[in-house]
Design a binder for this molecule. Structure first.
Ligand SMILES: NC(=O)c1ccc[n+]([C@@H]2O[C@H](COP(=O)([O-])OP(=O)(O)OC[C@H]3O[C@@H](n4cnc5c(N)ncnc54)[C@H](O)[C@@H]3O)[C@@H](O)[C@H]2O)c1
Ligand SMILES: O=c1ccn([C@@H]2O[C@H](COP(=O)(O)OP(=O)(O)O[C@H]3O[C@H](CO)[C@@H](O)[C@H](O)[C@H]3O)[C@@H](O)[C@H]2O)c(=O)[nH]1
Length: 382
């Protein structure tokens, strides 16, 4: 029996491994995490994240071929394939602070894999990482190697929160990058065989390591760029009497542009878009490409502009002050069908309104009062 262990039981590790377990009954999947409350929740009736359809999938396989554990070292040691799906947030201190990805969790996971392994393993980058990370990880893994072979693959995840199960069941594509060596190609085939249990083979794209790593950052940058483009257009619509819904519908019917991701909004949120574009900007700067860095930076600048513009419009439409006025805010997570509040534009909007002394009443069916208060009391890089 092939054994898979996934390090990191978060928004990606949990749902992704649950779907692999469901679709591959002959594979044993163990998801491990250092956060005991998270693992306890995965083993309870109240899963730690809300995702439509997730409860059903977990109920079908938990205790059969899907397990959640805090015994990280034991399950890593026993696994044939180790997915690493730990968080890679934006660095808040030191070199590259505010832009570069913080790889502390990744590095400590890699060192632990090197220390506890007693057999050959395929190590899969599931987290979103800067291009060339695999090279650094290979160095860490081979440093302690004791005759053990580690083959590293990049298999970035493209699921969106709120539709994770649907996205995992029916992905546009699965991307697997590996070294162009016989061992690298063999590892690609092993992982491809896992996904081929339910993903049509022509949707499983195999590339070299660096293309796979960079494609993830590029995909998020392109998606976010569309939102900033339509949001920039919304400002011009408001100034001219054009209707942004009509404009986005009109341009989206051009088959070269396509209709998706053209909804004007208060700005994009979530844990990925801003973080991954900042990461891309930093990589461009480090590679001596300031023009390219500035191009992508603009996507974030327009997003910040859109959030500030929204607050200003609300305030100016109420006689230039919301002081003492009761304002209901329905929805606080960064999108519907999730309880995730990371980088939600609601934080900026609420802070802007509260800063002007509004009396805000905030409600979200998936977000606790405690979480809302915590988010509103945090500074940008807390
Ligand atoms: N959230 C998404 O929708 C999404 C989608 C695609 C890709 N990604 C990427 O996937 C990665 C994970 O994102 P997430 O949203 O699941 O993060 P998350 O914070 O929800 O989960 C990460 C988990 O890793 C655990 N962890 C950290 N270090 C560990 C260690 N050394 N050993 C064991 N466990 C450890 C943490 O306790 C946490 O539970 C990130 O790189 C992110 O950019 C996220
Ligand atoms: O037309 C649109 C579409 C989305 N949004 C906003 O954009 C943000 C992100 O939405 P979405 O992309 O649906 O959710 P995420 O979970 O952030 O997923 C993105 O980020 C993930 C993490 O990297 C990737 O895996 C996904 O492919 C990518 O869509 C949200 O605030 C949305 O409200 C808009 O404002 N207008």
């Amino acid at each position: 029996m092939v054994k898979i262990c996934c390090i990191g039981a978060g928004y990606v590790g949990g749902p992704t491994m649950a779907v692999i377990a469901l679709k591959c009954p002959e594979i044993e999947v163990v998801v491990v995490d250092i956060a005991t409350p998270r693992i306890n929740a995965w083993n309870s009736d109240h899963l730690p994240i809300y995702e439509p359809g997730l409860d059903d999938v977990v109920k079908q396989c938990r205790g059969k071929n899907l397990f959640f554990s805090t015994d990280v070292e034991k399950h890593v040691a026993e696994a044939d394939i180790v997915f690493v799906s730990v968080n890679t947030p934006t660095k808040t201190q030191g070199l590259g602070a505010g832009k570069a990805a913080d790889l502390t969790y990744w590095e400590s996971a890699a060192r632990m894999i090197a220390d506890v392994s007693k057999s050959d393993k395929i190590v899969v980058e599931k987290s979103t990482v800067p291009v060339k990370t695999a090279e650094a990880i290979e160095r860490i893994l081979t440093h302690n190697r004791k005759g053990i072979n580690f083959t590293i693959l990049s298999n970035p995840e493209f699921l969106a929160e709120g539709t994770a199960i649907q996205d995992l069941f029916n992905p546009d594509r699965v991307l697997i990058g590996g070294r162009e060596t016989p061992e690298g190609q063999k590892a690609i085939h092993t992982l491809r065989d896992v996904y081929a249990h339910w993903v049509p083979i022509d949707r499983i794209l195999c590339t070299n390591l660096w293309s796979a790593e960079l494609s993830k950052l590029a995909a998020n940058a392109f998606l976010a760029q569309r939102i900033s483009s339509v949001n920039a257009m919304s400002a011009l619509c408001e100034a001219t009497g054009a209707d942004v819904y009509q404009v986005s519908h009109s341009i989206g019917t051009d088959s070269r542009i396509g209709p998706k991701f053209l909804n004007a909004s208060v700005g994009f949120g979530g844990s990925c878009f801003q973080k991954d574009i900042l990461n891309l900007v930093y990589i461009c700067e480090c590679n001596g490409l300031p023009e390219v860095a500035n191009y992508w930076k603009q996507v974030i600048k327009v997003n910040d502009y859109q959030k500030a513009r929204f607050v200003n419009r609300v305030v100016s439409s109420m006689f230039n002050t919301v002081s003492g006025k009761k304002i209901a805010i329905l929805g606080f997570a960064f999108k519907k069908d999730t309880g995730d509040t990371r980088e939600t534009p609601a934080i900026d909007v609420c802070k802007g309104l509260i800063g002007d002394k509004a009396k805000s009443s905030i409600y979200d069916p998936q977000v606790s009062e405690e979480q809302i208060l915590k988010d509103l009391s945090m500074k940008k890089f807390d």
